[in-house]
Ligand binder design. Structure first.
Ligand SMILES: Cc1cc2nc3c(=O)[nH]c(=O)nc-3n(C[C@H](O)[C@H](O)[C@H](O)COP(=O)(O)OP(=O)(O)OC[C@H]3O[C@@H](n4cnc5c(N)ncnc54)[C@H](O)[C@@H]3O)c2cc1C
Length: 425
């Protein structure tokens, strides 16, 4: 579709799952005006989840794109490729890009997040060296090229989050000798309690992974044999490549300070409205209600981004049709959930891992699984499940462990709904 910067309509900044789902919801709700999507890439929307599988050789490049060009074409969007938004002026209702300024009536910010390499030192003898990170398809290409290079034999992953472990899995798939270094005493950072993390670590060690937990990279030097790394305990080792997964930073550089309410991300209400009534936010860039704490938090998972995008799109369509958004379509909130399998060791979690005084943990072993339950006391002899970790040595899609994980996740969600209803009565 041709670019017409006179028509206002809806601006969607970011063409990932939150942006696409906002567009789908707008059209499903009958909005037939201009939907202008600003994308900083020249490729179709991809799934960051699949980047490690592509790098590890488990998925083909084409399989990383959840929507076909035909499906997206049916949405009649005006997509501006390779057109990053450089400024958003909520007062003037204008989006600025290197290709000019574009007016909007309503705007959805769905720009996701970027990996940070915070804490990684400058490499002595190679100051331009940037460690590998993982989010975009370009990142995946770099990781794939690195681990497939015949010269790459020893790989260091810094960080112990889900992204770090997915990177590790891609490397293990290529038979690389892998070391993982993480500042915390256990892997899986904030997603696992020690009881579950230890079992997962055992699985990793059995696959030959060297774990350097409670340590960090202190210094890196380019040497003949690769990259010589000194760890915080004083030991050193040499690697061919290093990847860093030290967390994500929201992509919000195009906003002036104070333009919208930002805490860790854009603070939104149950319809994904930011502090400006005409600007919405969805996905990893939004801070909406997390159901267990009741606080506004980033819940950076795919399903949440999709639901939030859809919620924003439906609410905007209603407002542009002159009616109030349907309360039935409001998003009460979400809970964090994660699933990861590294070479046959499966980990599933959902809910909170925060051990408040009224919470207690129960560990149950059986069926080849360790399940760590986090309960909250709700009265005399009453309790509700608020979180769980499951680790299994059998990673069989559709198998018992996945069933248990799905069932426990639903139980937590149901408990949150019941609690919310009880508070309303
Ligand atoms: C390696 C990895 C593994 C993951 N695994 C899982 C998993 O197993 N399960 C799960 O649920 N979640 C997982 N996630 C998280 C999940 O991918 C994200 O929560 C989800 O993709 C967020 O969607 P989004 O639309 O908010 O952001 P994105 O998918 O990142 O889309 C945002 C888009 O906006 C673009 N953009 C940024 N700035 C601008 C700008 N200024 N102008 C225009 N465009 C811009 C970005 O380039 C990007 O294309 C994983 C993430 C990573 C990185």
């Amino acid at each position: 579709m041709a670019c017409d910067n006179q028509t206002a309509g809806v601006a969607i900044i970011g063409y990932g799952t939150a942006g696409v789902n906002a567009a789908i919801a707008l059209r499903n709700a009958g909005y037939d005006g201009t939907v202008r999507v600003f994308s900083d890439t020249g490729i179709l929307p991809y799934s960051p989840i699949l980047t490690s599988y592509y790098a590890g050789g488990e998925k083909a490049y084409d399989e990383c794109f959840p929507w076909s060009a035909d499906e997206l074409g049916e949405l009649q969007l005006e997509v501006l490729e390779n057109c990053p938004v450089t400024h958003l002026d909520p007062q003037a209702h204008v989006v600025s890009t290197p290709r000019g300024d574009f007016p909007y009536e309503k705007c959805v910010i769905a720009t996701g997040a970027t990996p940070t390499t915070r804490g990684f030192p400058e490499v002595e003898g190679d100051p331009d060296y940037a460690p590998i990170v993982l989010r975009s398809m370009d990142d995946a290409e770099r990781l794939k090229a690195a681990i497939e290079a015949p010269s790459c034999k020893r790989f260091l992953v810094s960080g112990a989050s889900m992204v770090a472990l997915k990177t590790l899995e891609a490397c293990l798939n290529h038979g690389l000798e892998c070391t993982l270094v993480g500042v915390n005493p256990h892997v899986l950072d904030f997603n696992a309690l020690p009881e579950a993390a230890e079992r997962f670590e055992k699985g990793l060690r059995e696959k030959g992974v060297e774990l350097r937990l409670g340590q960090k990279i202190e210094a890196v030097k380019r040497v003949d044999g690769g990259l010589q790394v000194t760890f915080s305990n004083g030991e050193s080792d040499t690697f061919d490549e290093i990847s860093v997964a030290h967390g994500m930073r929201c992509n919000l550089d195009f906003l002036d300070e104070g333009a919208l309410e930002i805490d860790r991300a854009l603070v939104v209400d149950e319809f994904m409205r930011t502090s400006d009534p005409d600007v919405y936010a969805a996905g990893d860039v939004a801070q909406a209600t997390e159901l267990i704490s009741g606080e506004k938090r980033i819940v950076g998972i795919w399903k949440n981004a999709a639901l939030q995008g859809a919620c924003a799109g439906a609410a905007i369509a209603a407002e542009l049709a002159g009616v109030q958004p349907d309360p039935a379509q409001a998003l009460a909130g979400s809970i964090p959930s994660n699933t990861i399998a590294v070479n046959g060791t499966l980990f599933i979690s959902a809910g909170t891992m925060e051990l408040a005084p009224e919470r207690f943990v129960e560990v149950r072993e059986g069926d080849g699984m360790t399940v760590v339950y986090i309960f909250e006391a709700t009265g005399e002899d009453a309790r509700r499940l608020v979180g769980f970790n499951l680790v299994s040595d059998v990673d069989e899609p559709g198998g018992r462990a996945y069933d248990v994980g799905a069932m426990l996740t639903l139980r937590i969600e149901r408990g949150c709904r019941e609690k919310a209803l009880a508070h309303r009565v």
